[in-house]
Write a protein that binds this ligand. Structure first.
Ligand code: F6P
Length: 369
């Protein structure tokens, strides 16, 4: 693939959890490639699984016309397929894994893919980097609602998730106020607190608990009581699914969600159990879950996805492989896949966003309130 004089056909796949904006990237890739001299785009179904099983879908510019505002991914995705470490068919999760990467490379060549655009989060991009080492011409596009990829200012899907979470807080406020309750909203984000922090700021939460600032239950209780003493008979608490009490562990449901990460969940219920003996309010827990991942992308995510898709198609056609397109200081650019997969971006507990939240009275469950 790399080193070819002319790119004629580009493959595109989406891997890992979906995020609003994936279809807008696909649309931009197809249309840009087409306009760069009739270069074909072959969609690969269900991530790397589609390359293993040779399941494809051809796209023309007119077929992707309406995709910019459509949630999900028309290509399908999975977070359970790493061709370098596959479970043999029909075997239990503990069985020894086998390396089927050579089949992927063979099928990509057979499909005459001169480049492969991989839209994914850290796990998918790491797999893509290894395929780059095996000779596939890889261009990555960063995707996750968690916004925790170090090499890009924002990932598309993040602001759509914030919209869903802050809308949920607005709704919870109404009913919290009516019933004088403490409402806990559990949001996604894995071990990064970006969704909780942004949603909490946008939705005027009283307490925001994030993995980067371990909490003490008595500090949360003190915040709720401080509000009650000022005549505020209800409180809104946003808890990230990865939030941890000081000296504790994140609350998880499964040790492995299939993608090497534990499946987090239960942080809201745990917090309610911990708080209940200490406060007089009734407590209710809402888990927002996959409502944060579905739905039509907000305009920021549509535009970012379109910009990244265009740039990815140009990088692929220009033979600039082993790269990931990204947004830095407001400009779309490219970084090496090595750099892109090197680090995770976490909330800085001493950063400006946390300081702003504290300045307007938000508690983080730590010694500072
Ligand atoms: O990484 C995106 C994300 O939505 C996380 O915020 C969440 O922990 C996880 O994926 C959920 O994954 P699944 O869809 O496999 O339950």
């Amino acid at each position: 693939m790399p080193g070819m004089n002319r790119i004629r056909r580009i493959g595109v796949l989406t891997g890992g959890g979906d995020a609003p904006g994936l279809n807008a990237v696909i649309r931009a890739v197809v249309r840009t490639a087409d306009r760069l001299g009739g270069i074909e785009t072959l969609g690969i179904l269900d991530g790397f699984e589609g390359l293993l099983e040779r399941r494809y879908r051809k796209f023309t510019s007119s077929q992707v016309r309406d995709l910019v505002g459509k949630g999900g991914t028309v290509l399908g995705t999975t977070n359970r397929c790493n061709p370098f470490a596959m479970l043999p068919e029909h075997s239990a999760t503990g069985a020894a894994r086998i390396d089927r990467s050579a089949e992927v490379v063979r099928n990509a060549r057979e499909a005459e893919l001169d480049a492969l655009i991989v839209i994914g989060g850290d796990g998918t991009l790491r797999i893509a980097r290894h395929f780059g080492e095996l000779g596939l011409g890889i261009v990555g596009v960063p995707k996750t609602i968690d916004n925790d990829l170090a090499a890009t200012d924002y990932t598309f899907g993040f602001w759509t998730a914030i919209e869903a979470a802050s809308d949920a807080l607005d709704r919870l406020r109404d009913t919290a106020e009516s019933h004088h309750r403490v409402m806990i909203l559990e949001v996604m984000g894995r071990d990064a607190g970006w969704i909780a922090l942004h949603a909490g700021l946008a939705g005027a939460a009283d307490v925001i608990l994030i993995p980067e600032i371990p909490y003490r239950i008595h500090a949360v209780e003190a915040k709720i009581e401080e509000r009650a003493a000022r005549g505020q008979s209800y409180s809104l608490v946003v808890v990230a699914e990865g939030a941890v009490p000081i000296g504790g562990q994140p609350s998880w449901r499964d040790a492995d969600a299939g993608d090497g990460h534990p499946r987090l969940g239960g942080a809201g219920d745990r917090l309610a159990r911990e708080l209940a003996p200490h406060i007089e309010h009734e407590i209710r827990v809402t888990v927002l879950g996959h409502l944060q991942r579905g739905g039509s992308p907000v305009p920021f995510d549509r535009i970012l996805a379109t910009r990244l898709g265009r740039r990815a198609a140009e990088a692929a056609v220009g033979g600039r492989f082993d790269t990931m397109v990204c947004l830095r200081a407001g400009e779309v650019s490219e970084v090496s896949l090595d750099e892109a997969t090197a680090g995770q971006k976490l909330v800085d507990p001493k950063g400006e966003l946390v300081a702003t939240a504290r300045a307007v009275g938000v508690g983080f469950g730590d010694e500072r309130g």
